[in-house]
Design a protein around this ligand. Structure first.
Ligand code: FES
Ligand code: FE2
Length: 318
């Protein structure tokens, strides 16, 4: 039986930092149960193949890349960027036209490698990001970390503001300490790509905005005087109990790559605080809203939960 993207079909998701996909070797990834071998073709564009050689089923991601072709580590069959086998060692008479791997649509955008969770050679749409990320003068950086939880719990955590002074008292929640006896209001504005939220505490607007971008991204707009810092958290389902978190950021100041390390480390410190809490969730996958008690400030998270159950939870690729 062929691999299927289960519970996460027909959507675009980033799967890796573009800098992690080199020209000279493949990169393994797993999305919603499907193992993938990513590599760059001769023109540098990314290709994603199901990570299973059509000859004897071994992992293509253990192979090597030469001249934009991916060579299987077992008998050296070579695959081109369109998944077609272009060379079978010892067999100059092999019928190449009948030999082809399964291809998953892949793109490079905003410093990340994206895939469409389908086998559709012409997906109905293209991946989309906030416009600012593709402009000139923006430095994109990021790291990947695996969490032991279903991606829906991780996604909800990213949309949850009331936890800031409790989980992040020593980092981003510091500014909220002592305020939680007051009233938090979260305004939700629907957008074609998801929804945008703004927060008020005791009637006073807080700076910044938090966006949910369908299906699995949180974009945090941090307001700084005359500068922009943008943090993107993507929750990529690996399987039922594991999630690859991509913590990506973009900035228009301190643009030298050497500063990436500092920003990544700060991001990782905050993420580790979340991870410790979120991995303890029971059940590990977000349940129906009626199974848990919720309050007014849970509205963004419940909005996501409804979209997920209505549009994604039951899907599977062909
Ligand atoms: S298993 Fe890949 S070439 Fe034989
Ligand atoms: Fe958090």
């Amino acid at each position: 039986m062929d691999a299927r993207f289960t519970g996460f079909a027909n959507v675009w998701t980033p799967v890796a930092m573009a800098s992690a996909l080199r020209v000279d070797r493949p990169l393994a990834a797993q999305v919603a149960g499907v193992r993938l071998a990513l590599f760059r073709g001769r023109d540098g564009r990314p290709t994603a193949l199901v990570d299973r050689c059509i000859h004897r089923g071994v992992a293509l991601s253990l192979g090597s890349v030469k001249d934009g072709c991916l060579a299987c580590p077992f008998h050296g069959w070579r695959y081109g960027a369109d998944g077609a086998v272009v060379h079978v060692p010892w067999n100059p008479d092999a019928k190449l036209a009948t030999l082809r791997a399964r291809v998953v649509p892949a793109r490079e955008l905003a410093g990340q490698i994206w895939i469409h969770t389908s086998f559709d050679p012409t997906p109905p749409d293209e991946p989309q990001v906030d416009e600012w990320l593709t402009g000139a003068g923006v430095r994109i950086f990021g790291i990947a970390v695996d969490w032991n939880v279903h991606w829906t719990r991780a996604m909800e955590n990213m949309l949850d503001s009331p936890h800031l002074p409790f989980v992040h008292a020593s980092t981003i929640g510091r500014g909220f300490l002592g305020l939680s006896k007051g009233r938090m209001d979260i305004e939700i504005e629907d957008q074609p790509w998801g929804f945008r939220t703004r927060m008020r505490i005791d009637g006073t607007p807080r700076p910044g905005m938090l966006d949910f971008r369908w299906p699995n991204q949180m974009n945090l707009h941090i307001s700084l005087p005359r500068r922009r810092l943008f943090l993107i958290s993507t929750c990529v389902p690996i399987d039922e109990t594991r999630t690859r978190m991509l913590f990506v950021g973009a900035r228009d100041f301190l643009r030298a790559p050497v500063f990436d390390w500092f920003f990544n480390r700060a991001n990782l410190r905050i993420a580790e605080q979340d991870r410790a809490i979120v991995e303890s969730s029971q059940p590990p996958r977000t349940p129906d809203a009626r199974a848990e008690k919720s309050v007014r400030t849970d509205a963004p998270l419940l909005r996501f939960r409804k979209l997920y159950f209505d549009r994604l939870a039951q899907t599977a690729s062909e």
